[in-house]
Design a binder for this molecule. Structure first.
Ligand SMILES: Cc1cc2nc3c(=O)[nH]c(=O)nc-3n(C[C@H](O)[C@H](O)[C@H](O)COP(=O)(O)O)c2cc1C
Length: 448
């Protein structure tokens, strides 16, 4: 039978059962027994109950990996690269992670190599990714970001931009510069493909495409979907008065500009009352240095209240990308003010996630990786800490952070942990005499 299966399905745990040792405690947790006496448990390593529609889900810790495009898909399908990529976060105990911006229609890809979930054929490959990743790191809350690139579609993968003569990918190279879509026909920047202004019918089709993509995502086993409404992609470009000057019911005032986002969110929530639903929003367009009317922190606070009413579980805050002349100071925590502004609204159920150079230490303890994340949680400025480039650089970031905070690592994969813990044995031969490799990790007799 396995001969006829697509290769990705053959490595799915569905065909040979669990892949972690039976007695392995949950990776990414910090049992009380590991917490040095008199040490306070870091909030980063404390469980968090988040809403999941009309249910709840207990995150095993508050570290999250945000969506990050890997430009490694073929016809939208996930590839073995994605198993290795997400598998490493699961293996090292991250509490929640998101699959990158995944297009709800082919024209909604940023590049031809983007992930997709626009057709039913994609479901099995995503299911295989979900099953494998979840089997590697039990307890990781695993989601997918549903996206439409809008007027920023059909562009080259970042490592191709240097060699590409044009800012867009031509048809001969798999692009679709003549079928790029946006709220208006104004391109993102000079030289970019000019979008077609979507008709009302096409807007309805895109709304439907998001709902169908959510249905496929849940069918594939994802715990939650995140609707991408940031970075100047389609939904963010509708939200912002910088990129949306339509005069129909999808443009003009705030209510009209946010109609598409809210319709999508409400429809997904109504159809899937017990599934996870996150939204990524732009905290601001970051053009405060101009006098233009734009999406601001006040807009974010206003939409946050409506998204909570619409049943969103987590609001994930990023910023910028609507126009090229946005301005940021890329310092640690530079996007925290948006999350923190929403957190201070005191909303009843929706949790807040923050991102943006949070993998480092605080200004006063720059070397103490993890101290900034912990401070944000202690100050109640956000509920979830997303670490992007920091986890690409160090997939064991959570373990590094925890070790810095309390002097002990959280539970790691048993296949690695028992061996790692023995590294220093030669330094303390007396203390370790007669001890098995695993005796200090799991209860019971050692088995080395
Ligand atoms: C390689 C890469 C790809 C990214 N792709 C996405 C994406 O698909 N969707 C998204 O919302 N943000 C994307 N981002 C932004 C990240 O999710 C995150 O917000 C940003 O990197 C800031 O967090 P950091 O400082 O921890 O890296 C990407 C960032 C990187 C570095």
């Amino acid at each position: 039978m396995s001969q006829q299966l697509p290769r990705m399905l053959q490595i799915s745990p569905r065909y040979y059962g669990p892949v972690v040792p039976k007695n392995q405690p949950t990776v990414g947790t910090l049992p009380d027994s590991r917490l040095p006496a008199g040490t306070q448990r870091p909030l980063l390593l404390t469980e968090l109950e988040i809403p999941m529609g009309d249910k709840t889900f207990k995150l095993k810790n508050r570290a999250s990996v945000p969506p990050m495009c890997m430009y490694s898909s073929v016809d939208g399908f996930p590839t073995p690269f994605h198993i290795a990529h997400h598998g490493q976060f699961a293996l090292h105990g991250i509490g929640s992670a998101l699959v990158e911006a995944t297009a709800v229609e082919p024209q909604g890809r940023i590049s031809p190599q983007d992930m997709g979930i626009w057709k039913d054929e994609h479901i099995a490959a995503h299911a295989s990714l979900v099953e494998t990743v979840k089997a590697i790191g039990p307890g990781m809350y695993f989601g997918i970001q549903l996206a439409h690139a809008g007027r920023k579609a059909s562009t080259p993968a970042p490592w191709n931009t240097a060699t590409s003569k044009l800012p867009y990918v031509e048809e001969k190279d798999g692009g679709w510069p003549h079928d790029v879509r946006g709220p208006m026909d104004q391109p993102y920047a000079d030289g970019h493909a000019a979008p077609h202004a979507l008709t009302i019918d096409q807007i309805h089709q895109i709304e439907e495409a998001f709902v169908k993509a959510a249905e496929r995502s849940y069918a594939a086993g994802y715990d939650f979907v995140e609707v991408h409404s940031a970075h100047g992609y389609l939904l963010a470009s509708f939200n912002s008065p910088l990129s949306n000057k339509r005069t129909d019911e999808y443009g003009g005032n705030f209510e009209n500009r946010t109609r598409l986002l809210l319709n999508i969110v409400r429809r997904i929530r109504n159809k899937f009352p017990s599934k996870g639903l996150w939204v990524r929003i732009n905290g601001t367009d970051a053009v405060e240095h101009t006098n233009e009317e734009s999406w601001t922190i006040e807009s974010t606070k206003r939409i946050a209240v409506q998204l909570e009413d619409a049943g969103v579980d987590v609001l994930d805050h990023s910023a910028g990308g609507t126009v090229r002349y946005n301005r940021f100071e890329h310092v640690p925590g530079y996007q925290l003010p948006y999350a923190s502004a929403v957190k201070s609204l005191g909303l009843k159920r929706m949790k807040v996630s923050t991102v943006g150079v949070l993998h480092v230490g605080t200004a006063s303890e720059p070397e103490r990786i993890g101290s900034l994340a912990e401070k944000i949680l202690q100050d109640n400025e956000a509920d979830i800490i997303s670490v992007g480039r920091g986890t690409l650089n160090d997939p064991k970031w959570l373990s590094t952070a925890c070790t810095n905070l309390v002097g002990k690592a959280p539970v790691g994969a048993l296949q690695y942990d028992y061996a790692i813990l023995s590294i220093d044995r030669y330094k303390y031969p007396k203390e370790n005499e007669g001890k098995g490799y695993v005796s200090d990790i799991i209860p019971g007799p050692s088995t080395d």
